[in-house]
Design a protein around this ligand. Structure first.
Ligand code: SAM
Length: 266
């Protein structure tokens, strides 16, 4: 009877974006801890009828500790549900540290992050050959959590690649200024998504130059994600992976296509 905590990614909102593994873990838990403001209540339909349900919005880290201590003492299985994927802005690491301190085993179930859900909603790949091969996941500084030096949006924007900006809608003027200051041309495409995959979802397409006015016109300040970068409008290039001149362990290259590929022809 050692008990265990599962950190479970619930995805961006829609209950059917929960993974099968997440549903299974929630269904076996004695205690389900969830954030009512961030996670769809439908996720709780997977919980056992006799499971103890706790709203994490009411619990600071210090409030969670006694629960985890009880889980260790009584051998309880706890499913701690986080929005999106638990590896991003979930305050999960500090909970793992609490578990380690009290000797409570823990494991994590990944979830669909908001950035990949939004890319799917608008039908765009974030990495496009010859345009963008990196995705920067970040947030604007100046909020509650300070940014480490060199991670300001203006610095990261200098790469000119695709960026996914979380937790930044409340200061859209600063966001726009930093993206422009970092070098994105004003006509760089932006996708703005509020409550993606929820019933009140709102998706807007704008540019870096019109980002702040678009956010303000929709009166958004929270639960909003921005995708930024030339990849959002790019096309016409192709990856080598499915090129007939490219070979790998499961496919031979066609000789003519291979020669063309080596000469840099599409
Ligand atoms: C505390 S972070 C959690 C991120 C989460 N772990 C993930 O992987 O998506 C919350 C921020 O994620 C973004 N976000 C999460 N879910 C979203 C959704 N359904 N639609 C738009 N943005 C979302 C927003 O920027 C929001 O302010």
């Amino acid at each position: 009877m050692s008990g265990k905590v599962w950190f479970v990614g619930a995805g961006p909102g829609a209950a059917d974006l929960l993974t099968l593994r997440a549903a299974k873990v929630i269904g076996t838990a004695d205690v389900v801890v969830w954030a009512a403001s961030l996670v769809s209540p439908e996720v709780l339909e997977h919980a056992r009828a006799d499971a103890e349900i706790v709203d994490s919005a009411r619990l600071p880290l210090e409030g969670v500790r006694p629960l985890y201590e009880r889980a260790a003492r009584e051998g309880l299985c706890v499913a701690r549900i986080h929005s999106g994927d638990p590896s991003l802005w979930g305050a999960v690491q500090e909970q793992r540290e609490v578990c380690d301190e009290i000797g409570l085993p823990h494991e994590t179930v990944p979830g669909v992050s908001a950035f990949s859900a939004v890319a799917a909603l608008v039908g765009r790949e974030l990495t496009i050959p010859e345009v963008a091969q990196s995705v920067i996941l970040t947030r604007l500084g100046g909020g509650k959590t300070p940014m480490p030096e060199g991670e300001e949006v203006i610095e990261l924007a200098r790469h000119g690649t695709t960026m996914a900006l979380f937790l930044s809608a409340a200061r859209s003027g600063q966001l726009q200024a930093e993206l422009l200051g970092g070098g994105y041309p004003p006509d760089t495409p932006v996708v703005m998504a509020y409550q993606a995959t929820w019933p009140d979802e709102l998706i807007a397409h704008c540019t870096v130059g019109t980002l702040a006015e678009t956010v303000k016109s929709h009166r958004l300040w929270k639960h909003t994600l921005f995708l930024v970068g030339p990849a959002l409008a790019a096309g016409g290039t192709r990856s080598h992976l499915y090129h007939p001149g490219h070979f790998h362990g499961f496919r031979r290259a066609q000789p003519d296509a291979r020669r063309a590929l080596r000469k840099g022809q599409p």
